[in-house]
Ligand binder design. Sequence first.
Ligand code: AOF
Ligand code: ZN
Length: 374
Amino acid sequence: LPIGVFLLLDILNDEYYMKLALELAAKAAGQTGINPVVGCVVVKEGRIVGIGTHLKRGTGHAEVHALQMAGDEAEGATVYVTLEPCSHFGKTPPCCERIIAAKAARVVVASGDPNPQVSGRGIARLREEGIDVTVGVLEQQSRQMNEKFNKYITTKLPFVTLKTASTLDGKIASRTGDSRWVTGTAAREQVHTLRHQHEAIMVGIGTVLADDPLLNTRAPVPAIDPVRIIVDSSLRLPLNARVVTDRSIRTIVLTSGQAAEDKRQALEAAGVEVFVCGTGAKVDLTEAMMKLGEFEIGSILLEGGGQLNGAMLEAGLIDKIILYYAAKIIGGVEAPGTFTFNGIEKMADAIELEQVNVEMAGDDICVSGYPVYT
Ligand code: AOF
Ligand code: ZN
């Protein structure tokens, strides 16, 4: 066979095992906190001898689990890992040293680790020991899978995904306030998967006063409830709201420097955490994101309503937008919309989305993309 064919087969093999490692990683999406999702597959002489996934922050990294399974078979093997093996002592020891100790011959990495404590040092350390390292196999998939981690680890700010459910004319409720239901069951189930995959869910006080939601995750199988975050500048949150009385989930209220001190104490006594953000009459959202980042909230699912969505967008704090549209039109000058803000003057100043994707969710349409702030 010509050499080109061997090279091609080699590439197909690398992608084959890396795809498996990515699939292992994807299953843990939402359960690793501020840590990335990572999968690892160890292959010796054409056989898989170890597999592993990072399951929870503070517990073993993917490579550790896979090498543990491989045991002595790891010697001379190829290690496929979706993220550059770490080189630092975090909550666990460095994976590159573990790979070196196992005497692996080759390491295939999907993408580099943007963590400033790693960022190329893991790969360099492996090469230093004479291990053959290939980087960039299915890199895009790995990066996309860790978009939340990538932002948080480089900025210490949470990755914010905005989700809305509206009619085709952009209304989230009718002019009488009726909103049950805008979209169908398939879209609503996807939203609960999104809740599972974010560390926190954030809504405005208007939504809480209108719907008294529980803001938990309700999926066909048990799933993780995100921390609840309520943006409430003047602390209008009633002490008998379900987000206050249900103590099974953490609730954080973001408020302004001008909110009443006695109400704040009453909420704290009821078990709610209150963060004062800025000195003005409105919550300083940029400061709020910095504060949440300091408290290790790495990702937030923003579920509006329109006022908060508009304010977050105007402040340039939304990273990803997922819009569900029901194929319905309801009109209503007073009917609330997805984004309530003063708006731009010229079409040329519109906030555009890039990497736009459109797909069906049951009978509803799902449009997603990443806003570009200029
Ligand atoms: C890997 N494999 O499976 C993961 C990695 O505090 P620690 O010890 O869990 O370290 C967390 C950092 O390690 C995290 O920020 C990221 O840079 C890397 N995560 N690395 O080689 C893994 N989860
Ligand atoms: Zn590691």
